[in-house]
Design a protein around this ligand. Sequence first.
Ligand SMILES: NC(=O)C1=CN([C@@H]2O[C@H](COP(=O)(O)OP(=O)(O)OC[C@H]3O[C@@H](n4cnc5c(N)ncnc54)[C@H](O)[C@@H]3O)[C@@H](O)[C@H]2O)C=CC1
Ligand SMILES: O=C(CO)COP(=O)(O)O
Length: 345
Amino acid sequence: MKAAVLGAGSWGTVLASLLADNGFAVTIYARNPSVAEEINRRGTNAKYLPEFHIPDGVGATTSLEEAVSDREMIIVAVPSHSVREVARAAAPHLRGRPLVVHATKGFEPVTLKRISEVLEEEFPPFLADRIAVLSGPSHAEEVARRSPTAVVVSSKSRETAEAVQSHLINNYFRVYTNPDLIGVEIGGALKNIIALGAGLSDGLGFGDNAKAALMTRGLAEIARLGMAMGARPITFAGLAGVGDLVVTCTSRHSRNWRAGYMLSQGKALEDVLAEMGMVVEGVKTTRAAHRLAQSYGVEMPITAELHAVLFEGKDPSQAVEDLMGRGKTHEMEEIVEGWLNLLGG
Ligand SMILES: NC(=O)C1=CN([C@@H]2O[C@H](COP(=O)(O)OP(=O)(O)OC[C@H]3O[C@@H](n4cnc5c(N)ncnc54)[C@H](O)[C@@H]3O)[C@@H](O)[C@H]2O)C=CC1
Ligand SMILES: O=C(CO)COP(=O)(O)O
């Protein structure tokens, strides 16, 4: 079986290696020729995964045509702002009916569309039921060392989700399926906002109470927007919801947490992003979620405060004070309502 992975960053490289472990011949599409050459010659991708040796069975190319033609499966692992451009360029070269799995956590910045919607628009209609999302708590650095990981795959088509599950699952990578495509995509995207907040909270010297509060109330607003956009509330109790939230808010590998921490130390956003050298999806997703919350009429106080800190120059300590000083409210009302709607509908 032959697969392609589009995007030679940390996640694309590790997913390609996972597929090679599962017996696939894999071609990574790398935009940067020196990265493709390093993967082919030395079996490394040192910028993103310093000590990782890419297994045999993985090669790289800078030709999108060579990467995608004649593949059983194509994994899209570029940042959310690049998905449409890459998909549009790949579309004319697709042959057969490959499974198309995206591993991108975010929304398209301008249109606010989910990534599977972008792929559906750019790929031929006969591939619409072959599109899936892979999400859940999965830092590339840990999958690289084959540390036990559990993730979730969703698609409009159960057959597609189960086919992807069969191709990706192995003894260190446990793959579940979930029929709620919208919820799985939204959980993976919105958790990055809360991770930025967790980094800020830790950097400001707040304790575990503060982080637990942020994660739990963060999950409440993720679920609130998710439900408004058509997700099932129960999805947010699973790997794409609470699972990913836990890993991203507590792991030293988290890019979004690290960015939040650096911001708390007084660094400017542009400097933080330049220093990271890797995509920090939560920044663009904060902007997207803030706009989505307004258009769906959903309250997202943590997201709104982070938006003010990132883009309106608000002092993080003031943001915390304003969050703590909000009017009194009830904890679970909207979630319970969502459940009741689900049970009734
Ligand atoms: N790193 C991780 O542990 C995980 C990342 N993800 C998600 O996967 C996506 C990619 O993340 P990472 O690999 O961490 O990012 P990264 O910053 O390590 O790598 C991104 C790669 O995409 C390439 N790229 C960007 N625009 C491109 C374009 N127009 N054409 C071709 N290549 C392009 C870059 O050159 C780079 O190689 C993000 O949405 C992220 O949220 C999801 C789960 C885990
Ligand atoms: O989505 C991820 C892990 O599931 C990676 O994002 P972070 O590196 O910000 O945690």
